[in-house]
Ligand binder design. Structure first.
Ligand code: BES
Ligand code: MN
Length: 470
């Protein structure tokens, strides 16, 4: 084991260089013009996996391809599988090579796909979300393979290209590869930690529904001087419609929206209070005048354990330089709602649709387009596997880990449970100031190095958990 840790220690510079090569590939899954580059990114990744000694292949889907990479299966694991007895432990590592759109480009200090190292961080789109994080796991397995250290388990990496657009084709792939992917747990580093001194095991994520609201007005943009005043303005109508969805005190004013929400237990609220982030720090980090959220809950609770209704984008009329006097033909809002355990995506979609239809004025035509959706995720933080993960975090970071509940979503973790029967261990390496989904995204190089160590130690710890005496 020491040789694995030494190998990691002595190869950091090369790893960072390789990560830069990976980050140079603009794998923006939401934008159709990047389709070829997603394929190229998958090919690069599979090539790199082979280079470090894994058996890798690129699996095409109806959307962007999936990369599967496995540790070489030893004779003993094949024999054990044949006997059907004493099955060798098998873990999956999940990640995504697709990234969020980099816009607005003018706010980047250096271009998003030209990685830049400054201090102890690497700046590029996809650095923390998620290339850097799953790359740490690849480097850990490289260390085992290149030092000839036997792994105590089989590993399969499943790195997809559609996480940032809802993982539409991965569930089908899991179903058609059920036996190949059967495993004891899925390890996912695609979350965060409260700060650099508090490594975290995330035990809950929010769910999500995405959709677009369009209000159609006149059949084309109109001269606002000639016709304005006698037709409804779709931008104004949409503003009024959206404004009706927000009640006082940061509540969502959609009937039925909170019906299935389970109240937070006193125990959980106490756990939240133990987290190190203060409201003042949060306000400073986000650059807001004042925090805002649902009355009766702390900011930590609001952003991880309460449902939301968010406008992600709002478009109507002329957006170019100078002025243009029109009544726009339409107005559109891109919306996502974050969901908490027990809220069903289909039902929330329904209550939102019903209410919008009910309050839409007769002067415009309402069009609703449904997007992706996923349930919230909740996993036991006290299972033997969770305990093993906490030990690996503690040893790698030399700090006491915290149990963390987060507000982001990773749609596929529910399918890992439903289709493969496997829990996900969410061991994030991201920091709150990493700027995920924002300009100047970065990944901390110490988190990268500690993440590699955590991964190397994790396989030892997981196979020592009750049920798997190595
Ligand atoms: N890595 C994030 C999810 C995340 C971030 C979880 C921070 C917990 C803390 C992931 O890549 C992501 O951004 N997912 C999307 C999913 C959506 C597009 C379906 C999200 O949460 O917006
Ligand atoms: Mn993301």
């Amino acid at each position: 084991m020491q040789s694995v840790l030494d190998y990691l220690k002595h190869n950091q510079d090369r790893f960072v260089g390789e990560l830069c090569a990976y980050l140079r590939l603009p794998s923006v899954s939401a934008q159709p013009q990047h389709k070829q580059e997603l394929r190229a990114c998958a090919d690069w990744l599979a090539g790199h996996c082979r280079h470090i000694g894994l058996d890798a292949r690129v699996c095409p889907t109806q959307g962007h391809p999936i990369v599967i990479a496995k540790t070489p299966r030893s004779n003993s694991s094949l024999a054990a599988a044949k006997r059907g007895s004493g099955r060798r432990p098998h873990f999956m590592v999940y990640g995504h090579y697709d990234v969020q759109p980099p816009e607005p480009l003018d706010l980047w200090q250096t271009p998003p796909f030209e990685p830049r190292i400054a201090g102890r961080a690497i700046f590029a789109r996809g650095s923390t979300d998620n290339k850097g994080q799953h790359f740490a796991h690849l480097k850990a397995v490289e260390a085992y393979l290149k030092t000839g250290t036997p792994l105590p388990c089989d590993l399969t990496f499943i790195i997809e290209g559609e996480e940032e657009v809802g993982s539409a084709h991965l569930a089908k792939f899991l179903k058609s590869h059920r036996s190949e992917l059967a495993c004891d747990a899925v390890v996912v580093s695609d979350t965060g930690m409260p700060d650099a001194d508090h490594p975290a095991l995330t035990y809950a994520l929010r769910g999500i529904i995405a959709f677009e609201i369009t209000l159609h007005g006149p059949s084309r943009d109109l001269h606002s001087g000639i016709f304005g005043g006698a037709v409804d303005n779709p931008a104004m109508a949409l503003s009024q419609l959206l404004a009706k969805l927000r009640a006082g005190h940061g509540r969502v004013a959609i009937p039925g929206f909170y019906d299935d929400v389970v109240p937070l237990s006193a125990y959980e609220r106490k756990q939240f209070k133990r987290l190190p982030t203060t409201d003042r720090e949060l306000q400073k980090l986000l650059g807001v005048k004042k925090l805002f959220g649902e009355h009766g809950f702390t900011p930590m609770e609001q952003r991880s354990a309460r449902p939301t209704f968010e406008i992600n984008g709002l478009t109507s009329g002329y957006q170019g330089a100078g002025s243009k006097t029109i009544v726009p033909a339409l107005a559109r809002a891109k919306i996502t709602c974050r969901l908490v355990p027990n809220q069903r995506p289909a039902r929330i979609r329904q209550v939102v649709c019903d209410y919008l239809k009910k309050i839409c004025p007769p002067t415009v035509r309402l069009e609703l387009e449904a997007g992706h959706g996923a349930e919230a995720y909740l996993v036991s933080p006290t299972s033997p596997q969770a305990q093993a993960a906490l030990r690996a975090l503690r040893e790698a970071f030399q700090r006491e880990p915290v149990l963390f509940r987060e507000g982001g979503s990773i749609p596929i973790v529910n399918d890992f449970k439903k289709i493969l029967g496997a829990d996900s261990l969410l061991l994030g390496l991201g920091l709150p100031d990493d700027n995920a989904h924002s300009p100047n995204e970065k990944f901390d190089l110490d988190c990268f190095a500690k993440g590699q160590r955590m991964s190397a130690l994790l396989w030892q710890q997981l196979t020592r958990a009750p049920g798997h005496h190595a």
